[in-house]
Design a protein. Structure first.
Length: 94
């Protein structure tokens, strides 16, 4: 399976990456631990939901699934956050 992801008008192919519409994509501008960066840049979900998304393997950094909350992000890295749960329902904050 080959997926195509568009970053800043550049197309990248990723093997086994999943449907590009299942993820929101972000570009890291300054260094930070992953959980701290997610709380600052991903609007909507609570800290608990963000942690659950990490545990559920719903966060990718440069196309690689990351579950480590203190993973060190560097400028230029690409973070993808799953929009769905395993049962394919869209995340909703209460």
């Amino acid at each position: 399976m080959i997926s195509i992801t568009i970053w800043d008008n550049k197309i990248e192919k990723a093997y086994g990456y999943g449907n590009p519409n299942e993820y929101e994509h972000y570009k890291v501008e300054k260094p930070a631990p992953l959980l701290e960066w997610l709380m600052e840049n991903v609007k909507g979900p609570s800290k608990t939901k963000v942690k659950q998304t990490l545990q559920g393997r719903g966060i990718k950094v440069n196309g690689k699934t990351i579950t480590q909350f203190d993973y060190a992000l560097k400028p230029g890295m690409k973070v993808s956050v799953s929009k769905t749960k395993k049962n394919q329902e869209v995340f909703k904050s209460r």
